[in-house]
Design a protein around this ligand. Structure first.
Ligand code: GCW
Length: 681
């Protein structure tokens, strides 16, 4: 009996050991072979580099690899040079990135040749919307890995340190070199002694991996925690307060990166509260950071209540300030002019601000893309933004080139991604949401990478074997990659096709809510403001005769978007109010096309379910089962979206749903008042 129980215990332990919870991300144990690592310099970062090589080497057994710090003009920032001899870089971080690149190539079977690899952006940073009580705004993977409330809030445990180290390693492996530890809706307490001490502890763990820490600050901190009467950025006491505070921070965290600021946006305080401009506010902070080499990332996500067109506001507020910012200020601009929608045209600020550093902000957490329930690979969305042509400096002035220093001489180049990481065992809530973290890092390193390459790498690293068989490649890699690459377009189809935007249910932004418009609420927080459906047609008229948002784009794009005939259909209802009978490229009427798109989105998810069921033999039961269940949920929700879109807009179009399309299964009444929004996890 005793033996029986012990045996059972051992079996359980072994099974448990093999249980695949996804915690290892894309960094899995591989069968490595011995390698001699020669490195004459010593440092914590280089020790990590050496260890990674020793634990992950899959090249020739017994090979010698030399890691060296050099001075090579062809190598930029923390880039590196790979050669058959080893890795050279100008910085220790560069060597580490070279090691990860080499190992990645070995693991994915990518050819290796002598080459210099430089990052597209100097600062590649995650933004955590983590609150100091441990909750995460728009977080769908558990609480914060950095903050918690209660008695142990300031205790730094071994468990904390291990988790932070794993986090740092994952980031470094894809080239991320900075992290903002707290929400842009910042608590002023973040700058108090106790919290700064915890930042110090986090920074110590992150440092060997080349990751700098940054903080979001509340602009009214001088008054809120500094005892001053004002937070006016031109007030000498306020200026001094920030200088002293910055000095204090650097005395605790010597390699501190700088501040991220959300000011005069969604109720956050800012310089405009004192009759000052964004430039006055940002420059005051930039001056405090300058002596220490710190930067200010100042967000352009601003919009006032009841403006006629929210899409125009960031541009209107920031363009007059172009050239007025210090050189250590970077304006952080969301990819689209409104707010991380499943599809938006690029923000017109890209390329237009020519005398100011501008950085893109992407959202890795899926606030508007099905949280951590829907399988949506975001890389194609970011690629679409980065490769959009602004025409600002002639053809080929892509968002990528306008922000990475190729066109404008920016002192700092940077890119930010709003993190999707939490305490969940698999970090991101959905196994496939890990791919979005990975993709952000890869695109931040190389903004010309194709989503297909990224998906291919990620799948091989996350699900692959050391030597992938032809069978695995054909029956797992190919179909799953295809599914990933289609997943964003599928979400656009079942949520808001053809340029629809912001027709989400209020607050949680998960399910549909095109009808949502309670009295007394800001109109630009309600979906009807964005879709403007009436019996004649649907869509927001942003043409020259409408809100004239097209005017913020540069020719020839402006005219192209302005004309109903030349505006790409994917942006149609973003820029035009279109009649229900308008003939689309498919030959269908707009109304019929809307019905087809919603339906095809749902059909795509059904197809994804089949693809996934088909790959069951090729992966562990745990991840298979979890993804299968999430897909079921996604499918139910795609049905809700389709039915809501069709039945709600049908009230205006007063046309029937094409007969080839499957009928809705929910009543509009239930969709509006029932429990259809339940995330049903
Ligand atoms: O997308 C909106 C979100 C807010 C967020 C804000 C922002 C952090 O709904 O939760 O606040 O954007 O980007 O500041």
């Amino acid at each position: 009996m005793k033996i029986g129980i012990s045996l059972l215990f051992i079996i359980c332990a072994v099974l448990n050991m093999n249980a695949e919870d996804g915690h290892s991300l894309w960094l899995r144990n591989k069968n490595s072979v011995p390698v001699n690592v020669v490195c004459t310099t010593n440092s914590p970062t280089l020790s990590v580099a050496r260890q990674e090589l020793q634990e992950g080497w899959q090249g020739k057994a017994g090979a010698t690899i030399v890691l060296s710090i050099t001075k090579d003009k062809a190598i930029k920032n923390d880039g590196f040079k790979l050669s058959s001899r080893g890795i050279e870089a100008n910085t220790k971080q560069g060597v580490l990135y070279g090691v990860y690149e080499l190992l990645r190539r070995q693991q994915t079977g990518e050819a290796f040749k002598d080459e210099v690899c430089n990052p597209s952006y100097a600062v590649r940073v995650l933004n955590h919307w983590d609150n100091i009580d441990g909750t995460i705004e728009r977080g769908y993977a558990g609480n914060s890995i950095f903050w918690r409330k209660g008695e142990t809030a300031f205790e730094v445990t071994d468990k904390d340190k291990l988790l932070w180290q794993e986090y740092a390693r994952a980031n470094a492996s894809v080239g991320i070199n900075g992290t903002v530890l707290n929400n842009v809706n910042a608590s002023p307490l973040m700058l108090s002694k106790q919290y700064l001490e915890r930042v110090k502890a986090i920074a110590e763990v992150l440092r060997p991996y080349g990751i700098k820490t940054y903080l979001s600050i509340k602009f009214s901190s001088p008054a809120l925690i500094g005892g001053l009467k004002t937070s006016d950025p031109l007030n000498p006491d306020v200026i001094k307060w920030w200088k002293d505070k910055t000095k204090e921070i650097y005395s605790i965290i010597p390699d501190f990166g700088g501040f991220l600021v959300k000011a005069n946006s969604e109720g956050q305080p800012g310089p405009q509260d004192f009759g000052r401009t964004h430039a006055d506010g940002a420059n005051m902070l930039a001056d405090a950071l300058k002596p220490f080499g710190g930067i200010v990332m100042w967000r352009a996500f601003v919009y006032a209540s009841n403006d006629k067109d929210r899409a125009k506001q960031a541009y209107n507020e920031f363009m007059p300030l172009d050239g007025k910012f210090r050189d250590n200020v970077i304006i952080q601009v969301k990819n689209g002019p409104i707010d991380f929608q499943p599809r938006e045209p690029f923000s017109p600020l890209f390329g237009a601000m020519k005398k100011t550093s501008v950085m893109p902000e992407f959202q890795i957490t899926q606030e508007y893309l099905g949280h951590s329930i829907h399988l949506v690979f975001l890389s194609p969305m970011w690629e679409e933004c980065l490769q959009s042509d602004t025409y600002q400096e002639g053809q080929g002035s892509t968002v990528a080139r306008c922000t990475d220093g190729s066109i404008f001489a920016q002192k700092y180049t940077a890119i930010a991604g709003v993190a999707n990481v939490g305490l969940d065992a698999n970090w991101c809530g959905h196994h496939f949401a890990q791919a979005n973290w990975y993709a952000f890092g890869r695109l931040a390193w190389n903004n010309r990478l194709a989503s297909e390459t990224i998906a291919d790498e990620w799948l091989k690293l996350t699900f692959g074997k050391t030597e992938p068989s032809a069978d695995w490649t054909e029956h797992f890699l190919k179909p799953v990659k295809q599914m990933m690459l289609q997943s964003r377009e599928a979400a656009v189809n079942y949520m808001m096709p053809l340029g629809f935007h912001h027709i989400f249910a209020a607050e949680h932004h998960y399910g549909p809510g095109p009808w949502w418009a309670p009295k007394g609420i800001r109109s630009d927080w309600t979906p009807p403001y964005y879709h403007k459906a009436d019996t004649l047609g649907v869509g927001f008229d942003r043409t020259q005769t409408g809100s004239d948002a097209v005017e913020q784009y540069y020719e020839p794009l402006r005219s192209q978007l302005n004309d109903l005939k030349t505006c790409p259909e994917k942006y149609l209802l973003w820029f035009h109010h279109v009649s229900w009978d308008y003939k689309m490229q498919s030959g269908r009427s707009l109304w019929d096309e809307i019905c087809y798109r919603y339906d095809s989105g749902l059909q795509q998810v059904r197809q994804f379910q089949k693809v996934w069921d088909g790959v069951q033999p090729y992966l562990d039961a745990e991840r298979f089962g979890q993804v299968q269940q999430k897909l079921r949920n996604q499918c139910r929700n795609a049905q809700v979206w389709k039915d809501a879109g069709l039945l709600y807009f049908q009230q205006f179009s007063q046309r029937s749903i094409p007969l080839e399309i499957e009928r809705p299964v929910y009543d509009l009444e239930f969709l509006i008042h029932g429990d259809s929004q339940s995330r049903n996890e």
